[in-house]
Write a protein that binds this ligand. Structure first.
Ligand code: FES
Length: 326
């Protein structure tokens, strides 16, 4: 097991909604876990034979009671997706006592407690880092509002706790209710100039919120976001990657990223976010016998259209052979 992973076990499992389960993780030897801040996530390493070695990212919703006591335990909430991938494997097999490997917390969605006001916006399971932020702001008695939107109340994890904790500063919005979609324009327009927005949810919500804020004159740095669900993946196929410089060939399974396949083969590609956002992992493409499915948010439209590079953390080949200049 690589040293960068921590050994933990599942201490509790709680069904939050029909599709979302919360897992309380503690270290296997009872020692404290690395401290984490609101907005942080962990990488969870899972290796079911059926789908191969896979890394999934889960935001930490907090520890045993508050975010600050997270040294003794981490909580993650996992939504079961329709596809037979990591989340279904987790729901089907993780139970009290299951031993796991996780990375130390990483935080690319950091809450700035110096903000005059924080506007938290969560869509669906994107509530997980936002829930940690909410409790962090409450504990520090900071000024905030939270908008939480989902398909229906019964599918919205932590919705009762959000209402209880935030009171009239919470705007709960169910898309199945009479009000239609969340009114982002009204929400952003009502904010004072010292507000910073933190958005986590599907790409559509993030893009709509960013566009709304920009149209109202918000500077881009006042809007931070974390994409929770990856873009639609379409039909995925296994393929081989040839690394032209080293001459090595690596098989990329149907449910494995190029990055994970290279790492599993003992290589050390550069990466950080694993979500197609940071721009550390793109590699030059020399040949591809099929279209490249670009799923990152880092490369420009022109770069994607040229097919000359791809983010190996999220993008794939819809073909059988990809040659990279690496
Ligand atoms: S690791 Fe960040 S874009 Fe791929």
């Amino acid at each position: 097991m690589p040293k960068e992973y921590l050994d933990v076990l599942v201490r509790e499992v709680t069904q939050l909604t029909p599709r979302v389960r919360e897992y309380l993780l503690v270290s296997t030897d009872g020692s404290p876990l690395p401290a984490c801040e609101a907005g942080a996530h962990i990488e969870l390493l899972i290796a079911p034979q059926a789908i191969g070695r896979t890394v999934r990212h889960y935001s930490l919703t907090g520890g045993t009671g508050s975010v600050d006591d997270s040294r003794m335990a981490y909580r993650i909430a996992v939504q079961r997706e329709d596809r037979p991938r990591g989340s279904a494997f987790i729901h089907d097999t993780f139970a009290v006592g299951t031993q796991l490997a996780i990375s130390p917390p990483k935080n690319e969605f950091r809450l700035d407690h110096r903000d005059g006001k924080s506007l938290l916006i969560a869509g669906g399971i994107g509530i997980t880092p936002v829930f940690a932020m909410l409790r962090s702001l409450l504990r520090r008695k900071r000024n905030f509002e939270i908008a939480y939107t989902g398909r229906s109340r019964s599918e919205m994890a932590y919705v009762d706790a959000v209402e209880r904790l935030a009171g009239d500063r919470a705007h709960i919005h169910c898309n199945d209710a009479a009000g239609g979609m969340l009114d982002l324009k009204a929400l952003f327009a009502a904010q004072p100039a010292n507000t910073k927005a933190y958005i986590c949810g599907p790409a559509g919500l993030i893009e709509a919120a960013r566009a709304t804020a920009a149209a109202l004159g918000w500077e881009p740095q006042r809007v931070r976001s974390e994409l929770f669900t990856p873009p639609p993946t379409g039909h995925e196929v296994a393929f081989e990657v040839v690394l032209a410089q080293s001459g090595r060939t690596v098989q990329v399974g149907q449910h494995t990223s190029i990055l994970d396949a290279l790492k599993s083969a003992g290589m050390h590609p550069l990466f950080d976010c694993r979500r197609g956002e940071c721009g550390l992992c793109p590699l030059p493409v020399l040949e591809a016998d099929g279209p490249i499915a670009h799923r990152d948010r880092y490369l420009s439209d022109e770069e994607k259209a040229s097919g000359s590079t791809l983010c190996i953390c999220v993008s794939r080949l819809q073909g059988s052979r990809l040659v990279l200049d690496a």
